[in-house]
Design a protein around this ligand. Structure first.
Ligand SMILES: Cc1ncc(COP(=O)(O)O)c(C=O)c1O
Length: 428
């Protein structure tokens, strides 16, 4: 169905067609699949033939979601996982082994920083974190580097990578460019593989499913085989490498074997069904949430209690040009600094009546958070500042509510900052 456009693929791809087929993807709530002969069963179990055998490894509901995601992200292959966190871990360990090295931006999601700083070093894989600019990332590459890991939009710094430059660097050093495209909303906001990145990982918990009601993740590849990683080029017991045996499916085969078969990072079919359903309205939600975020960013800039606003739609944003070049629409997340520092931010967050105080992203409801004390609360202060987090910062992920209602809620919460400042002056 590759000649169809994004919105059409989002509702049709992965669906079985024909007499008697259901018009939506069924949930296959089973643990195992039948065979007619032992020979057929042995062929599938030993990898000579494709087929469903045991639901930890593959299931038709998951396969339908993988087909749809691959179409939306213009990927050669997709493997879905239980969470976004497991997808990132899986992509890194599929490429790197003990003694290998990863280069990444220091504005990555906190869970990814934890993998690179704490979890993987325990297994002999090290990482260098640096600012999100091509020169710093290239300077950090070592002979044992297997990949560069960046995010489509850094959270909450809202930094957008220079994809063209990073693709050139990855090719020149014969390593993989991995993009966490969680904010890219399964392709609705950005398609890193179309920009020639090699691997996409993403959390489907956010915009892709879109209702804050399910968790999931995915690993997707553009070319399917990985040129420089020994895990893909070294011969197996029969003398054949993964790249030679599986061609453009090599990465997906290894990811499924490692992540699902061996480690059990499998998504439940019920969750896969829910995510598939969410994808059907993804474009509509993204367009609406994006527009409201742009409107709120412009309005917040005019408010006296606001020290600064950060959103890539604002022409003075450092990543305004990169967002125009690489993103299909503006992100639906903005951050702003409240006058009065952390106390000001705390006052606003404590007085919101409509917007919920919660740390998810890409929900139908608007959610506000204070990254300094929550999502990045475990980091040391210098690391927080490097990640673009400030004590006075509020992160707002914009949902589907009416703009006027969101504005009114923020207005009344911001008014408490002024009141408290006056009260402070009066009490002196
Ligand atoms: C950019 C990014 N990547 C990955 C994850 C992890 O996703 P999950 O919570 O589905 O494990 C998150 C979660 O917030 C995220 O923001």
């Amino acid at each position: 169905m590759s000649d169809l456009n994004f919105d059409t693929l989002a509702v049709h791809e992965g669906l079985a067609r024909g007499h008697g087929e259901s018009i939506g993807t069924p949930i296959h709530a089973v643990a195992a699949f039948q065979f007619e002969t032992l020979e057929e069963m042995a062929d599938v179990f030993q990898g000579r033939e494709e087929g469903y055998q045991y639901a930890r490894i593959q299931n038709p509901t998951l396969a339908a979601l993988e087909a749809r995601l691959a179409a939306l992200e213009v990927a050669r292959a997709a493997v879905v996982t239980s969470t976004g966190q497991s997808a990132t871990l899986l992509a890194l360990i599929a490429l790197a082994r003990a003694g290998d090295h990863i280069v990444a931006t220091n504005t990555l999601f906190g869970g990814s920083l934890g993998l690179l700083n704490v979890v993987l070093p325990g297994f002999g894989i090290t990482a260098t974190l640096c600012d999100n600019n091509p020169a710093s990332l290239e300077a950090a590459i070592q002979p044992n580097t297997r990949a560069i890991l960046v995010e489509t939009v850094g959270n909450p710094a809202l930094d957008v990578p220079d994809f063209d430059a990073l693709v050139r660097i990855a090719r020149a050093h014969n390593i993989a460019l991995i993009v966490d495209n969680t904010w890219g909303a399964a392709g609705a906001l950005c398609q890193p593989l179309a920009l020639r990145a090699d691997i996409v990982v993403e959390s489907l918990t956010k915009w892709a499913s879109g209702h804050g009601s399910v968790m999931g993740g995915a690993v997707l590849t553009r070319v399917g085989y990985i040129p420089n990683a020994p895990a893909f080029n070294d011969p197996d017991a029969t003398g054949v490498s993964l790249n030679s045996r599986h061609g453009d499916q090599a990465f997906a085969v290894r990811a499924r074997y490692l992540g699902l078969h061996q480690m059990g990072m499998t998504l439940s079919p019920h969750s896969a069904w829910q995510i598939n359903q969410g994808l059907e309205t993804l474009s509509l939600r993204m367009a609406r949430e994006s527009q409201t975020a742009c409107d709120l960013a412009a309005w917040l800039e005019t408010q006296p209690q606001i020290a600064w606003v950060s959103h890539t739609s604002r022409p003075d944003h450092p990543f305004f040009k990169a967002a125009q070049r690489y993103l299909r629409c503006q992100p639906s997340v903005l951050t702003f600094g409240v006058r009065g520092g952390q106390a000001g931010a705390s006052s606003v967050l404590g007085n919101l009546k409509l917007i919920l105080l919660a740390a998810n992203l890409g929900d139908t409801r608007s959610l506000a958070a204070h990254p300094w004390t929550t999502t990045h609360g475990r980091l040391q202060e210098p690391a927080k500042l490097k990640a673009g987090v400030r004590p006075e910062m509020i992160r707002l992920t914009v949902g589907l509510e009416d703009f006027t209602d969101l504005k009114r809620d923020l207005e009344q919460a911001l008014a408490t900052v002024v009141l408290e400042a006056r009260e402070t002056v009066a009490s002196r």
